[in-house]
Design a protein around this ligand. Sequence first.
Ligand code: CP
Length: 302
Amino acid sequence: MSKKSLISIRDFTKEEILHVLETAKEFEKNKEQKFLEGKVIASLFFEPSTRTRLSFETAINRLGAKVIGFSDATNTSQSKGETLKDTIIMVSNYVDMIVMRHPLEGSSRYASEVATVPVVNAGDGANQHPSQTLLDLYSILQTQGTLEGLTINMVGDLKYGRTTHSLLQAMSHFNPKFIFTAPEELKMPQEYKDFLDSKGIEYIETTSLDEHLNDCDILYMTRVQQERFTDPMEYERVKDVYRLEASMLSGVRENMKILHPLPRVTEIDQDVDDNPHAYYFKQAENGLYVRMAIISYLLGYR
Ligand code: CP
């Protein structure tokens, strides 16, 4: 059995990324392809999720495999003191693949080192969320017709927002420019700016949402990640820092699309939902096709 895991988006080459996006297009055209009948996949969510868990589990079902797992680790033997290592070794013996979300950065990489089956990181703390990145890329490709030479304006919590970290690494294959819109407290971490510098990729930083709204092809909105703050007062200070409203979109580029990994809180007003630039609900739907493609690829089927 193939043992390739997806822990960081950097585990996939540009060619592998493009292959998964191409396969996802086929799944969007035909969702019922049950070539994984007889396989069992574990869905281990140690942290809350709506979209990632449900779209992975739907993908598993649509491919004909069976799913086992949990959405709340308090009902598992972790609550009796079982280690992550023991849990993963044991689950490996039951299944053909593990999809795991965990609050600790690095936990998915560790799981992939002890597992005997492929592991997909469904989010590890503030670190990485590579399946979200692939569905973001798919959404960008579907709306822009290309991944090359685009300007991406990332807005909100760029410090803790793992989807922005994965996305900038993936986009680095495609000659992008970045605008980072964040308050001082939630700026893009230096390690990611160093990464862009090492690739010669341009970025600018601003604290103003209005300043560069009209200068981008993709407006990538993010939620302030309350669960990552150690100081509740700091969260209170920044939680409502940006709010995108429909009235702010009159001068944006015609091709501009608004993406958001969701869930949103207050950063996108509901009056944006019917605007032609809004794409975030379709983006979440795309997660199903992309996750079908990821599973198929890692199990050596497509
Ligand atoms: N985008 C995302 O990861 O959503 P969930 O937390 O609902 O899975």
